[in-house]
Write a protein that binds this ligand. Sequence first.
Ligand SMILES: C[S@@+](CC[C@H](N)C(=O)[O-])C[C@H]1O[C@@H](n2cnc3c(N)ncnc32)[C@H](O)[C@@H]1O
Length: 379
Amino acid sequence: MKCQMSQRCGSCQYLDMDYSQQLIKKQKYCQKLFQKFPVQVHSVIGMQNPFEYRNKVIIAFNQRYEYGLYEEGSHRIVPIQQCMLHDQETHHILLKIQSLLKKYRTSIYDHQRHKGFLKHVLIRRAVQTNQTLVALVVTEPMFKGSKNFCSELVKTCPSVKTVVLNVNKRQTSIVLSQQEKVLYGKGFIVDELCGLTFKISAQSFYQINHEQCTRLYQKVSDLLEVKENQTVLDTYCGIGTIGMMIASRVSQVIGVELNQEAYKDAVNNAKMNKINNIHFYNQDATEFMKDMANQRTQIDCVIMDPPRAGSTKEFVQAIHILQPQQVIYVSCDPVTQARDLQWFWDIGYQTQDIYPFDMFPQTQAIETVICLTKGMNQK
Ligand SMILES: C[S@@+](CC[C@H](N)C(=O)[O-])C[C@H]1O[C@@H](n2cnc3c(N)ncnc32)[C@H](O)[C@@H]1O
């Protein structure tokens, strides 16, 4: 498989490598990272077709209306015709957006001069329902001609169910701001995952690889050993996916999520799926865990799925006080997970197995799941 732009784009570090070799390389990488622990790193669970798996893309345009990803470490756009990680519908929508931007002479943001209107276009696809969310990230809340823009877009691309304007004036690398206006549709799309239905807004986290996400969540569910009268915490819960998936097996699930939009989605998702034994808190996970520990709340199992930065020492200290029978730790960055694992080891929680999942084929990234239980050296 060849991509003309892969050298300049830099996103697909392993594109030239045979897929089976990629999986072996990722397993070896994990073995090295976790070598100081007496653990077995299992074979990486890969994909049958390791292309066109990404359900989300953030694209920028240049002044010539070429679109693409940024060249590594710069604001220079590497124009792409066809990225091998996105599906055909994403390309179709991008081409239409490109022609509309040209037609309406939409001003494109210039990163050097900090002038212009359109900074990014975010496309998120719900692959099971074939619904698409388009977010236009802009510098001003007024988008003249937005009605025509949306109606033409939806006419050519009927999978687009909503278009939102995300106003981000800040000069940072963070793409989305919290200021949002719905231009078309309801402001969210709906997807199906593991037999449940999820509402997803632009700002909410949603796993980017639907097929692998199903396998990953199944692993979490298989590792979880719970009884009907028990309580599970789903920390860093996003829109509530993992907690909702296991809610029928326990007395109650408590979810905690920092992002307000994701929290709101989680609350609505529970209602939509008629799950009454799950409750969400819009709070920092560490602060929440500290509160739980201060109150000595009975918690039987903790699921944690932090962002790349990993968790915190205080979070782990709270686990030390709460003493759940299990901690299931999902990570999109095994470097920080290995750091956190040491903290867990120090308070007497151990694991024997590392389960890697290839959520991001063609790239060097890898997702890992571990299940920690109280060990012999419990302090
Ligand atoms: C890797 S995602 C996992 C989400 C969810 N478990 C899933 O599978 O879709 C990490 C989530 O943690 C949230 N988050 C980031 N920092 C947080 C914090 N300090 N406290 C609570 N949640 C946080 C993010 O907004 C994001 O939704």
